[in-house]
Design a protein around this ligand. Sequence first.
Ligand code: GDP
Ligand code: MN
Length: 384
Amino acid sequence: MKIHEYQAKELFRAHDILVPDSEVARDPDHARRIAETLGSPVVIKAQVHAGGRGKGGGVQVVDSAAAAEQAARNILGMELVTEQTAGMGKTVNQVLVERAVAIDRELYCSLLVNRDTATITILVSSDGGMNIEEVAAATPERIVSVDVNPLLGLQGFQLRALAAVLALSGDTGKKFSAMMRRLYRFFVDYDCSMVEINPLVVTDQGELIAIDAKVDIDGNSLYRHPDVAAMRDPLEEDPHERKAAEFDLNYIKLSGNIGNMVNGAGLAMATMDIIKQAGAEPANFLDVGGGASAARVEQGFRIILDDPHVKGILINIFGGILRCDELARGVVQAATAVGLSVPVVVRMEGTNVEEGRRILADSGLNLINAEDIGDAARKVAEIA
Ligand code: GDP
Ligand code: MN
């Protein structure tokens, strides 16, 4: 689960990782009052779950409280488009008002769970800041990584290597090591999958301050981090995925035009393969679970059909716990309630399959029985 920059910075503060003084505002007037308290200059920063805000106009440095109010007015409510928002805008509902820092150098630092090496990998670069993507593309050798064995923890020699890459020595080097130890501990204690500080700045006084903060925490660990669970922002989530979660449906939106509804995650994966093999692209992943009721099937239909790209739907259900006749009745009921606008190919197998097929065929709806998986693939390909 992603959290906002201001929330990540609250966690950093609590773990003695230096961040500038700041407070979050939801209206321009509040932004001005915060700026008055902090003293100018301040930075006004859009709070959305996406990076690249600076280049998108979501970060402004201003030198008075009045200018802070104006910048907040401009940024709040804007549809912020950045390199990380997939061409769409993200509505800005909050801004962080932060005391500006006099920057000497901008460094890059991140920690992530590296599945390839089964380590926590730390990445650093002395070319931090808004152009890190270009650095990664053009001069990848300028980003250096260190793999930390989670059983051994972060070692002194690794810290010295990282400090050397960043040309941090003396007192600043010591501060860097101490900060990285705290950051590593934070990463482990909070079950993070990714922490990124870009830029990590060196000030004129040789202090190290996290100017930006991105934290991604393993959603499966939230039960032991109630403080983080409370930071969830539903407005940042895909509305369909949020709706699906309410009904306990495991839904992930994809970019194709064949919707699919399946019971069981493994069968859902196989079904997406079948759709691809048929030359079509799945519009979603949707696992309705083992004991799918008519109500859940109906919700599944509604969510799939809400996607304007969907041209057809493939239902692939193995009737074990849920008998095929019950499923068929659920499908007919749901399709009638929702008002089906696209053809639905149904492949089912299992208990009472004959009766199930008869119910579908007699429904008078645009429900197409498939004999088996291969037949389902052919019928889906025709629709696509
Ligand atoms: P991002 O573009 O979403 O990654 O947002 P950042 O928080 O990283 O801010 C973008 C850029 O704004 C940084 O790389 C800095 O160059 C600049 N910036 C942010 N805060 C400050 C600050 O306190 N002082 C100064 N001088 N520049 C800042
Ligand atoms: Mn940044």
